[in-house]
Write a protein that binds this ligand. Structure first.
Ligand SMILES: [Zn+2]
Ligand SMILES: [Zn+2]
Length: 358
């Protein structure tokens, strides 16, 4: 059964399940406009998720065939997965920030094996042990290509321009660029008075940027075409500095706090109030974490060694293969931040890159 919640003022949320995922579900939002219903995110591309979305829309007196447009907070498959099917059924447009559209375009175009090669090179440079690298090399040698959920993702046909109002008849929905979790993540600010007159400025659809009880994953922005990663020379790797996702994320948090929305409607968990307080908690958490990591770097460490020593939601021994890759990416993003702040530096040399506190 579809779980539908009315938030007042022509806004509803639908709980769309994510199969085999501890997050449980994506909250897909429906926004009524004078031109027809608009979805904010769509959910994972899976038959059960599709049925749940369709049933939920029917329970609200509309249908997937009636959707006028789809606004996507970011390219991840639990948000953008069903966009293609919605567009096929309804002829709706799909809007996304250009930086995430670029990720979708690259993923769709990536040749078999390129992603595996990139991941192997990246993990080697990060100091991953041989037993972690061997399965990747074997998969590449066998010609088996990993099936990535993003390979069939729909190419958006409209661009979300930061700071602009989206062209939605009868509504005021403004795009707020909040890079960090992905390079093109956006929050959507509904600049209309809160229907229950809660104090603050309207409502914010926050995607994965601001969630009430969990912190989103922040890793390096992946780019299989980045030759500085696959070029094994140490000087090339030292030059590589593709952005600072943690720095972007912290700036984006402050941007959202300044909006002071009356209520936040995130894409997971549940709606909540007092965004500035939640932002403060997250900023404190990240500051503490960076301080802790800097202390660990009293001894030079590779990104892999740092990931092993960082605090996760379970001991390192119990972290699955795929989650270790994500953990290392998060360690690398923190190293990048510490380097940008002048709190750590890369140690020149051969082999895996090590970092030390300064
Ligand atoms: Zn996400
Ligand atoms: Zn998500």
């Amino acid at each position: 059964m579809a779980q539908v919640t009315g938030h007042g003022g022509g806004v509803w949320s639908l709980k769309v399940p994510i199969p085999d995922n501890p997050l449980g579900h994506t909250l897909v939002h429906l926004l009524d406009t004078d031109a027809g219903p608009v979805l904010i995110d769509t959910g994972w591309d899976d038959p059960t998720s599709w049925d749940t979305l369709s049933d939920g829309l029917r329970a609200l007196g509309t249908s997937v065939h009636d959707i006028h447009g789809v606004v996507i907070t970011h390219h991840h498959p639990d948000h953008h997965g069903l966009s293609g099917r919605v567009r096929e059924a309804s002829g709706a447009w799909i809007a996304m920030h250009a930086a995430d559209t670029e990720v979708v375009r690259r993923t769709r175009a990536s040749r078999p094996g390129v992603w595996l090669g990139y991941l192997t090179a990246k993990l080697t440079a990060a100091g991953a042990p041989e037993e972690h690298l061997a399965p990747l090399r074997a998969a590449r040698a066998s010609g088996r290509t990993r099936t990535l959920p993003g390979l069939r993702a729909a190419l958006p046909d409209r661009e979300i321009v930061p700071g602009d109002l989206l062209p939605l008849a009868g509504r005021r929905l403004r795009a707020i660029w909040t890079p960090g979790h992905t390079p093109g993540h956006v929050c959507l600010h509904l600049e209309e008075t809160h229907p229950a007159r809660l104090p603050g400025n309207g409502r914010l659809f926050s995607g994965d940027h601001l969630l009430p009880g969990i912190t989103p994953h922040i890793g390096l922005y992946e780019d299989p075409d980045d030759t500085t990663v696959t070029d094994p020379s140490p000087s090339s790797r030292l030059r590589s500095s593709r952005g600072d996702p943690i720095g972007d994320y912290l700036d984006s948090l402050e941007r959202v706090a300044r909006l002071a929305p009356a209520e936040v409607l995130p894409a997971h968990q549940h709606a909540f109030t007092d965004a500035p307080a939640r932002v403060r908690e997250l900023l404190d958490h990240h500051e503490e974490r960076l301080t802790g990591l800097r202390a660990l770097l009293a001894t030079p460490l590779t990104a892999w060694q740092l990931a092993e020593r960082m605090e996760w939601n379970r001991p390192w021994d119990e972290i699955s293969y795929g989650s270790r890759n994500i953990a290392v990416s998060e360690a690398e993003a923190h190293l990048r931040r510490l380097v940008k702040l002048g709190h750590a530096e890369a140690v020149p040399g051969d082999g895996p890159l090590t970092y030390v506190a300064v």
